[in-house]
Design a binder for this molecule. Structure first.
Ligand code: ZN
Length: 273
């Protein structure tokens, strides 16, 4: 908190200096007539452009993190199990956050990280076809309409090709139940993350649904995204992927009608954009 306040103070000071340097105080300024021809202000707007270091496969999770040069295995002391991967920069940031949390008596544990397209396809199709129940239901029987069935699965699971877990920037921490984070140790962990995660570049992408986040997944207090990379990936996704490109799994035909990119990929906490 103190770092944030000092940053604010610093920016405030800069702003004051900038104003006082470029514009003398009002009382000292003599009234002057406007120049005969006022110079035209030129507005420059930076348009997003294609970042060639990021591929379509990176964006849609059609990668093998074991072989991808930007990824590394998560060190055992940070993870609940073996064979989880993150982008190296996200791993380094997490290591810093983990150490700071530990010093405050909080043990952060990664329980899920990178999930490639094929992994997400297995989760999605198991729910789509009823092998895995959703709220105790076999959705293939209880919700025959494809768009409605997709929306039910999308309460918590992404369509293959649209998950932030494809990117190597996003992690699930400690528990997959919101209730865990509402009391006791879980609440301590969540309160610590809410206060401190931003200092290490992490943001809760699925904040509570409401006027500020009307679309997308339900709240996930466990899901944190490493913004310095994920922000670039989100921008590239918006620029380069269309709903029509989402495919290769059962139920993919609903991607366009439910506008999965606009409502889910981009339906995140606005402070994580
Ligand atoms: Zn997650």
């Amino acid at each position: 908190m103190s770092i944030q306040l000092s940053r604010l103070a610093f920016f405030g000071l800069c702003l004051c200096l900038a104003i006082s340097c470029s514009e003398p105080p009002e009382q000292a300024a003599a009234p002057t007539p406007p120049p005969a021809e006022a110079p035209q202000k030129v507005m420059t707007v930076s348009m997003p452009t294609i970042d060639s270091t990021i591929t379509i496969e990176d964006l849609m999770g059609k990668i093998d993190p074991k072989k991808h040069p930007a990824f590394m295995p998560i060190e055992a002391r940070y993870a609940s199990r073996k064979n989880m991967y993150l982008r190296k920069e996200a791993h380094a940031a997490f290591a810093r956050m983990h150490a700071a949390a530990k010093a405050d008596g909080i043990n952060l544990k990664i329980i899920s990280a990178t999930r490639p397209f094929a992994h997400q396809k297995r989760i999605w199709e198991a729910k789509w076809n009823g092998q895995r129940k959703v709220d105790g239901q076999n959705l293939s029987k209880t919700i025959p309409d494809p768009a409605k069935r997709a929306l039910k699965i999308l309460e918590y699971s992404s369509m293959p090709g649209t998950s932030r877990h494809h990117w190597g920037t996003d992690i699930d921490l400690n528990s997959l139940e919101n209730s865990y984070f509402s009391k006791g140790l879980g609440k301590k962990i969540y309160d610590w993350l809410s206060t401190n995660a931003a200092q290490y570049g992490f943001c809760q992408s699925y904040s509570p649904k409401g006027p500020e986040r009307p679309n997308g997944y339900e709240e996930e207090k466990w899901h944190w995204t490493y913004l310095p990379i994920a922000r670039r990936l989100t921008e590239q996704y918006k620029l380069r992927i269309t709903n029509e490109q989402i495919g290769g799994f059962d139920g993919a035909e609903s991607a366009t009608s439910i506008r999965v990119i606009e409502n889910y990929v981009l339906g995140i906490n606005q402070s994580c954009l």
